[in-house]
Design a protein around this ligand. Structure first.
Ligand code: NAD
Ligand code: WQD
Length: 343
């Protein structure tokens, strides 16, 4: 069977994608420098699929090390590139770290792929490239305008997309699939793998689950005076397992479809926007646990409302995010309880 190289494969989305790839019969080699993940994730993957994926603890920006991995695995037919630094706030504090890591690792990867004639790349992009779409572009499809990035992190995603397009223009053998994720949440239903945020979570659901355990006294809801039905911000929360499955579909298509364009872009979301207050209510309904919260001022740089039009992914990839939100929230709670040893 074909081998897929998964960069950042011990991370949150990479580990779930590795599981889905292996369950579909792909061989997987993960490269990760463990800067934001733990080696123990390999055991979690093995507990689900029955064996560990191959693993190399290397930095994707290191040409010599990455080249050695491609030499060791001449059966690699495609790469899914998750490896990146992803904390928006940290990127404002340390922009050079973000530009070096996120741009450097992609450039090195593309050089090594070209050297080894590996021609299929799936890239993790983000709905952040759309900024706040105007009303005419909600829900957001792939033709919505790209807007000036609000953070160095967001800018790296935009530049990464441009690097991929430029390289594909220069090298007509390179095929790329750019996946723009909306808000990934939840954990594998087995609770063997999930999200492991570093320090105080910046994202909403890990903050909710940590508040549910008592680790955080209360959730702060950033604003209830937005122009939305309940005044809180709206996002498209997509289950990480559904998201992982989209990557397998993207790889299948790259390896099998004759009619694809050289660079394809897909928005990956559910097509439904949920407000912050709705998500809290749904979490309480799914778990029976009350979330203490207070409304505070708006968070700087927040987008008011954004959700996906996933029609292209539904039709072209034959993929749909259809896990009910309460099952998704229950999976996040099961994972949080497991890592905190709560019965
Ligand atoms: P994550 O931090 O859990 O996973 C990223 C992994 O990459 C980590 O295991 C980290 O150790 C590794 N890594 C980072 N730099 C590396 C390098 N130079 N060499 C080797 N390994 C390196 O993040 P995630 O949430 O799984 O995100 C995966 C990808 O999806 C990222 O590119 C991220 O920007 C993108 N994305 C994430 C979200 C989200 O909300 N989680 C949304 C949109 C896009
Ligand atoms: C969701 C909603 C907050 C925490 C970020 C990145 C983006 C992308 C996805 C990678 C917002 C509210 C949050 C809290 C709250 N990542 N909130 N209290 O802002 O959509 O996007 O993750 O590409 O680039 O910026 O996600 O989870 O931070 O926030 O009220 O303690 O929850 O205001 O409305 P966001 P989030």
């Amino acid at each position: 069977m074909a081998r897929i190289l998964v960069t950042g494969g011990t991370g949150y989305i990479g580990s779930h994608t590795t599981v889905e790839l292996m369950q579909q019969g792909y061989d997987v080699t993960i490269v990760d420098n463990l800067s934001n993940s733990s080696i123990d994730v390999l055991d979690g993957i093995a507990a689900i699929v029955g064996k560990k994926p191959d693993f190399a603890n290397i930095d994707c920006g290191n040409f010599v090390d990455l080249d050695a991995v491609f030499k060791q695995y001449p059966d690699i037919v495609g790469v899914i590139h998750f490896a990146a630094s992803k904390a928006v706030g940290e990127s404002v504090e340390k922009p050079l770290l973000y530009y070096r890591n996120n741009l450097g690792s992609l450039c090195t990867l593309l050089e090594v792929m070209r050297l080894h004639q590996v021609t299929n790349l799936v890239f993790s992009s983000s709905c952040t490239v759309y900024g706040q779409p105007d009303a005419a572009h909600l829900p957001v499809d792939e033709t919505a305008p790209i807007q000036a990035a609000l953070s160095p992190y967001g800018n790296t995603k935009q530049i990464n997309e441009e690097i991929i397009r430029d390289e594909a223009h220069a090298d007509k053998t390179l095929n790329a699939t750019i996946l723009r994720y909306f808000n990934p949440i939840g954990a594998h239903p087995s609770a063997h793998i999930g999200e492991l945020p570093n320090g105080v979570p910046q994202n909403l659901l890990p903050f909710i689950t940590q508040t549910a355990t008592g680790l955080r006294p209360e959730l702060k809801v950033f604003g209830n005076d937005y122009n939305t039905p309940d005044g809180s911000c709206i996002r498209d929360y997509i289950y990480v397992v559904d998201l992982a499955k989209a990557h397998v579909k993207a790889i299948d298509r790259m390896l099998n479809a004759a009619d694809r364009e050289q660079v394809e872009v897909f928005n990956l979301g559910t097509g439904t926007g949920l407000s912050v207050l709705t998500l809290i209510n749904e979490f309480e309904a799914a778990t029976g646990v009350k979330i203490p919260y207070t409304i505070v001022g708006r968070r700087e740089g927040d987008i008011e409302q954004v959700w996906a039009a996933p029609k292209k992914a539904n039709e072209v990839l034959g993929w749909k995010a259809d896990t009910p939100i309460r099952d998704v929230l229950a999976s996040a709670w099961k994972w949080e309880k497991r890592i905190r040893n709560i019965k």
